[in-house]
Write a protein that binds this ligand. Structure first.
Ligand code: SF4
Length: 699
């Protein structure tokens, strides 16, 4: 931190790392970002975490792509074999015209359902909108998806089904008005650190924080109740809690009658889930389950927060259904301090989903199967109809590549060669493609397989809006130009679309935003000019002066008859259960210092210095049994593959579990993970794989 003499210019923008969406002031000196400070955004009120404050210098990393690249004719066979500092063995530089012509021709030659696209939750709303439009308009189908499939797709499926909207019903800041809160399957101290500060303050002023997680996450230090339940048993635990609420008639009959449907079926279903019957399943004492039920039902205002510990299971949608039912039966939606809040991961996963970067929905979650909806879009786009069938999801697209049905892909800012489950399957698929266009800021693991790489811009180099976990649409602004010939993503998309014959003539993101508004009611009363002036507006905004509604559904839901629905959930076992060969449980996640596949944070000098080496966490008793000292290496093996990695001692991890971050290419967690998916959200079961842990053999 310094004073105004330390910088030439300061530019307000949004932190690019997580869904909290902290507003930042970027201090620029001699054309480079010198340091970052938090400013008074609605989500962060001046606060920043270590990533927001110190994670920015990847922007100036020497590995940044500065020119379009085309794969050399004499390049080695496609594989994970490119040195990002010495790529000349695989690629040659090209002009923008040559690279874009080549990219477009390859996709066009394959055409139709032979082409699929992965867009990005790191790009702006306008860029996400353009991406889905390019696939739908350009290729006539809906095979377009992004990383929401890997994080909260099951939460969105449950919310859409039962509440009628996939977004949060209340901002996380509303915890200030709550007296009880549940945080389940989330680790905000590491993954949503600024949101976590509000949780800590809530606990400090006497709020009851009920933390539920198979791992003893950091919030346990602030918890009134810590339920470290057995992995994969969420439904049994949550149904037991709801059973008590029914048994002791602690539910809100008036609310249920006024605003819900299917209550009798839910009540009947819960009869089989007494705490005494469920305690041996979930590993939590019946009395604790009863106490939690009474505490939650007795709250004046209560919120439920959840993360990927809930969603990344083959029963992720059922987990979220239970949370929704718990909130509905106690009337804890639509009031100050009450609500449902899936903590969104990437900085713009909410916005990219809202903008239609998903295979079942056009912008604003309007079904691709609805003829009137498609007609409304094609009228604005001035083009013909496209498929009325849901497209393929992230993992389905990779399967279709293996089956020879998809031969060309356009991947913008995503890194499936690191992020997909059973990642060798995804890498093999990428290698099989006849034509792969990758648009990114670095030669990511996915770009290793590219036929053409289009150099794009980082957050601090572009203009555009992003939407955080709170439904706050915020304006991002450029502080420095992209390096060399790198360009803003929207510009690259437009130039590619022109070469696909789509006739796009946008002159900037403001044009795109204006088009989005024509078919997105969520953006009513939110204009580009407002965002330029106010920096953030929460949707829904009820008038041109309304800063937006932090709480929704005070008086009914966007469902038939305005009623939310109870959908009973039964116990489904994880797909890959431990056995004699693979006796332990592997769970994956993030660490405070690193972001997702590490392409940015491992090139951020401070973050990389703090957390430089791939590591996993094991209970001290497990390490003792293995004869491994902390800092030594273990071998982790699942039915998909094997890695060696440094082991850390962590009492928060249960003795039969191993926790593995997924940011490290040298010990890629997803070599091990299970691709089995939830049937509704199609989200893979990243949070549960059977694993064997052994001491690594000394090299
Ligand atoms: Fe950035 Fe998230 Fe940290 Fe805020 S909490 S500074 S948005 S990483």
């Amino acid at each position: 931190k310094g004073d105004s003499a330390d910088f030439d210019e300061e530019v307000n923008s949004i932190c690019p790392f997580c869904g909290v969406g902290c507003q930042v002031s970027l201090k620029v000196k001699d054309g480079k970002i010198k340091y970052v400070e938090g400013i008074n955004g609605p989500a962060n009120e001046g606060r920043l975490c270590v990533k927001g404050r110190f994670g920015f210098d990847y922007i100036h990393h020497p590995h940044r792509l500065t020119k379009p690249l085309i794969r050399r004719d004499d390049a080695p066979a496609k594989g994970l074999n490119v040195d990002p500092g010495n790529w000349q063995t695989h690629f040659r530089e090209a002009s923008w015209d040559e690279a874009l012509d080549f990219a477009a021709k390859g996709l066009k030659d394959i055409g139709g359902t032979g082409v699929a696209g992965f867009g990005s939750a790191k790009c702006t709303n306008e860029e996400a909108y353009l991406f889905q439009k390019l696939i739908r308009q350009g290729f006539g189908h809906n095979n377009v998806d992004h990383c929401t499939r890997l994080c909260h797709a099951s939460s969105v499926a449950a919310l859409m089904e039962n509440v009628g909207s996939g977004a949060v019903t209340a901002t996380f800041n509303e915890i200030e008005n709550a007296d009880v809160a549940i945080a389940i399957g989330c680790n905000p101290i590491e993954n949503h650190p600024v949101a976590a500060t509000y949780f800590k303050q809530f606990a400090k002023r006497g709020g009851k924080l009920i933390v539920m997680d198979p791992r003893g996450v950091g919030l346990r230090r602030f918890a009134s109740h810590m339920l470290q339940f057995r992995p994969g048993t969420d439904v049994s635990m949550l149904n037991a809690i709801m059973h008590v609420i029914v048994e002791e008639e602690l539910y809100d009959q008036q609310y249920i009658e006024a605003y819900t449907e299917n209550w009798e079926a839910e009540k009947e279903h819960l009869a089989d889930f007494s705490p005494e019957a469920m305690a041996p399943v979930c590993g939590i004492d019946a009395e604790v389950l009863r106490d939690v039920a009474r505490t939650f039902a007795g709250a004046k205002a209560a919120m439920i927060f959840w993360g990927m510990g809930v969603s990344q299971h083959i029963h992720g949608t059922d987990n979220a259904r239970c949370l929704i039912s718990l909130a509905l039966m106690t009337g804890q939606v639509g009031r100050p301090g009450a609500g449902l809040h899936p903590l969104r991961g990437q900085n713009n996963v909410q916005g990219a989903s809202d903008a239609g970067l998903i295979p079942m929905f056009l912008p604003d979650y309007q079904s691709v199967m609805n003829d009137e909806v498609r007609a409304a879009f094609t009228e604005v786009w001035g083009s013909g109809d496209f498929s009325n069938q849901k497209g393929l999801t992230v993992t389905e697209i990779m399967d279709a590549v293996h089956a020879g049905k998809i031969r060309g892909m356009y991947i913008l800012g995503e890194n499936p060669a690191m992020s997909d489950p059973d990642v060798e399957h995804a890498r093999d698929a990428l290698a099989k493609l006849d034509h792969l266009v990758v648009q990114d800021i670095f030669i990511t693991e996915t770009a290793n397989y590219a036929d053409v790489i289009l150099p794009a811009s980082a957050f601090a180099e572009k203009t555009g809006t992003v939407t955080n976990t709170n439904r706050q649409v915020q304006m991002g602004r450029p502080a420095v130009p992209p390096p060399g010939e790198a360009r803003e993503d929207w510009w690259i998309e437009v130039e590619l679309a022109k070469r696909l014959g789509l006739g796009w003539d946008y002159t900037g993101p403001a044009d795109v935003f204006a088009e989005m508004k024509q078919n997105m009611r969520s953006l009513n009363n939110i204009t580009w000019e407002r965002l330029e002036n106010e920096n953030a507006v929460t949707y829904p905004s009820l008038s041109p002066e309304d800063p937006g509604q932090p709480i929704v559904f005070a008086d009914g839901f966007p469902r038939p008859d305005g009623r939310a629905r109870f959908t009973p959930a039964s116990i489904i076992a994880p797909d890959d259960v431990p056995d004699a060969d693979f006796p332990m449980i592997l769970t994956t996640g993030r660490q405070l210092e690193h972001w997702h596949t590490g392409s940015m944070t491992r090139r951020a000098s401070v973050l990389d210095a703090v957390e430089p080496e791939a590591n996993c966490s094991l209970h001290p008793s497990t390490l003792r049994k293995l004869g491994v000292a902390p800092g030594e290496h273990v071998r982790l093996t699942t039915k998909r593959g094997s890695i060696e990695i440094m082991a850390r001692e962590d009492r928060a991890v249960a003795p039969d579990m191993v926790f593995l971050p997924f940011a490290y290419v040298e010990a890629a967690a997803n070599i091990l993970t299970n691709p089995a998916v939830d049937p509704y959200g199609k989200i893979p079961e990243f949070k549960f794989s059977a694993v064997r842990v052994e001491a690594a053999v000394e090299q």
